[in-house]
Design a protein around this ligand. Structure first.
Ligand code: BDR
Ligand code: CA
Length: 311
């Protein structure tokens, strides 16, 4: 008997890798995707929202999509068009998706949590954490309905936005701090983890060769082929960040992990840097699970297998 799929609320800022992560969340048998909320981030909300609608529309998914923050708790978003293109999807055009559900992301998240049983809902954050943090800051008791929060955010080592900070953490460090302090289990897919999920030309070719897939797999391959290879990896490829967080939910056997103490720097030149104490050196109790190792071949094989199930 397959286990009951876990209810998931997913917040994102599509975003090339967000798009692939959304398709993975729709395809994965272990996930019951109940709500998608959208923030600005990789590009502005005026692009991320239609992108999310188009991604879900291509899959024929009736999951509600709700617009959220067009700015972080403090300051403003700065887009990442070098990686995601001016449109956020690497120049790959998808048909327009169904309209967004009226309302505000943080309210929609709160409504879903209010209706849920204790410790039953998984929150997934693939962009700046603003929407999730606004929901939990407005109604902190709702954290009791959360089973786990899984975030693609942060870095143990070097950042990708500044030398210190990863993009999602850097865009809204105050929001990330709220999630890290909410008292529920937080799992972190950091840059150090996602560096192992490198999209190389050979892996794109292998995904393209998966037979029996539909238009979502084809669009995912097109998007992956459009992301420019990264200087950080000597142009060998580019990390597929956000799908790592989703894959953790359905194929945890592909990962190694450890309990850590995580916090985020809010001031100075290192603003947005995640401080991750892997060995309990600072004496604070562990508040997060750090995903450390990834079976990359297994990850890309599972990605192809699951995406091909979407038509
Ligand atoms: C994160 O930032 C965005 O550019 C990606 O979508 C991912 O969520 C990686 O730093
Ligand atoms: Ca993202």
């Amino acid at each position: 008997m397959p286990a009951t799929p876990r209810p998931v609320l997913l917040d994102c800022d599509p975003g090339t890798d967000d798009a692939v992560a959304l398709w993975l969340a729709l395809a994965a048998p272990g996930i019951d995707l109940q709500l998608v909320t959208v923030a600005g981030g990789n590009v502005g909300l005026e692009r991320t929202l239609p992108n999310a609608r188009a991604v879900l529309g291509l899959a024929g998914a009736g999951v509600p999509v709700v617009a959220g923050a067009d700015r972080p708790l403090v300051g403003r978003f700065r887009s990442e068009t070098r990686v995601h293109g001016m449109d956020g999807l690497g120049g790959v055009t998808l048909p327009e998706g169904p309209p967004a559900t009226p309302g505000l992301a943080a309210d929609a998240i709160r409504a879903r949590l209010r209706a849920a049983a204790a410790e039953s809902v998984t929150l997934v954050g693939l962009g700046p954490a603003t929407n999730l943090a606004l929901a939990l800051a407005a109604e902190p008791d709702l954290a009791g309905r959360v089973a786990e929060i899984v975030l693609m955010t942060g870095a143990v080592g070097e950042g990708n936005w500044s030398s210190a900070a990863e993009f999602n953490a850097a865009m809204d460090p105050e929001a990330l701090a709220i999630l890290l302090a909410c008292g529920r289990p937080v799992t972190l897919a950091t840059l150090d983890l996602t560096a192992q999920a490198l999209v190389t030309p050979a892996r794109v070719a292998a995904l393209r060769a998966v037979s029996g897939g539909g238009r979502c797999l084809a669009a995912a391959v097109e998007i992956l082929a459009a992301i420019p290879p990264s200087r950080r990896f000597e142009h060998r490829g580019v990390p597929l960040h956000d799908p790592c967080a989703v894959m953790w939910l359905v194929a945890p056997e592909l990962f190694t992990h450890r309990a850590v103490t995580a916090s985020v720097v809010l001031d100075g030149a290192d603003r947005g840097r995640t401080r991750i104490d892997r060995w309990g050196r600072d004496g604070a109790p562990a508040n997060a699970r750090l995903l450390e190792g990834l079976d990359a071949e297994g990850f890309f094989a599972a990605l192809g297998m699951m995406l091909k199930e979407l038509k």
